[in-house]
Design a protein around this ligand. Structure first.
Ligand code: CO
Ligand code: CO
Ligand code: CO
Length: 304
């Protein structure tokens, strides 16, 4: 992939059978528990390989930590990452650490993909439907969690969702002829949909009635518990999103909300979309058809 496209990872074609996917992601702690943090950071980094249709093979740790962070905490973060990489059937082969005031952890991942099966975000076509495989709202709910505003069950739900690999979704999707795919992370569903629409030259219509949402996220959004990143996303997308006046404001906030280790957004021709959805639902109950792709309109993104 060239630098002009805004894809999830770099691709290097070795020969007719193998292309290498290379990606790097790291971020500061999103939860207090270091083991869970390690799992979430690793699931997030591995996700870009799945989003491009590949399987992770090799990962390197990247860890920044303050001088005074204790050894047990560091071990737990790395153990979380190690366990997720194993679950992905890949291996961790070392890594790099450096001192920094705020901890940050993530992985650089190498995956393999058959050159004919590379998925990008730039081949979405009019007539496709869009399927999302994880609920939205982790940015808002992480903010609410820090202020102790949400139930323990909701905390557990978002933590397990963030730590969940997109492996199963990728495996099910790979049985189908998918046109485009990306994972939903820091730019929120609107930002990542915009990237897909802009690079594919189409308009994406998202239907707010069918968005899978984490529990309590609407209430928190209504209360104004919105992370700064959501405002950054909104500013970036100024003039690119046409929202029907009937759409509740808190739903728009949720759509701008930056996601941590979110689901896959899959663009697939309508004739196969319902079969794929059924297959996904059997394993990932929250999967939903969240929108459709139409020929390029006045706006790249329409929200109804
Ligand atoms: Co990505
Ligand atoms: Co990424
Ligand atoms: Co992609």
């Amino acid at each position: 992939m060239g630098f002009e496209s805004s894809d999830d990872a770099a691709i290097y074609r070795i020969d007719d059978k193998i292309a290498v996917i290379h990606t790097l992601d790291l971020f500061p702690p999103v939860v207090d528990d270091p083991y869970l943090y390690g799992q979430i950071a690793a699931a997030n980094a591995l996700s870009d390989v799945y989003a491009m249709g590949g399987t992770p093979k090799l990962a390197l740790n990247i860890l920044c930590y303050p001088e005074d962070l204790d050894g047990e905490t560091i071990k737990s973060i790395l153990q979380g990452g190690y366990d997720k990489v194993r679950e992905a059937d890949a291996v961790i082969a070392g890594g790099h650490t450096l001192k920094d005031n705020e901890p940050k952890y993530g992985l650089s991942v190498i995956g393999f993909v058959h050159p004919d099966q590379i998925l990008t975000n730039s081949n979405s076509k009019a007539g496709d439907l869009l399927i999302l495989t994880k609920p939205l709202g982790t940015g808002i709910l992480n903010t609410a969690m820090k202020a102790n505003l949400i139930k323990k069950e909701t905390e557990n739900a978002i933590i397990s969702s963030m730590a969940e690999l997109n492996k199963k979704a990728y495996q099910i999707m790979s049985n189908y002829k998918v046109n485009a795919c990306t994972d939903i992370t820091g730019f929120g569903i609107l930002g990542h949909s915009y990237e897909m629409a802009a690079s594919s030259g189409v308009t994406i219509c998202l239907n707010t009635n069918s968005l899978p949402l984490h529990p309590e996220v609407r209430d928190m959004a209504k209360m104004g518990i919105i992370p700064a990143g959501a405002y950054t996303n909104r500013n970036f997308l100024e003039g690119k999103v046409k929202a029907d006046p009937s759409v509740a404001l808190e739903l728009l906030d949720i759509m701008y909300d930056p996601q941590t280790s979110g689901g896959l957004l899959i663009s697939i021709p309508e004739k196969d979309a319902y079969r794929l959805l059924n297959d996904l639902k059997a394993e990932i109950a929250c999967s939903e058809i969240v929108g459709e792709v139409i020929p390029l309109d006045d706006y790249p993104i329409i929200v109804k």
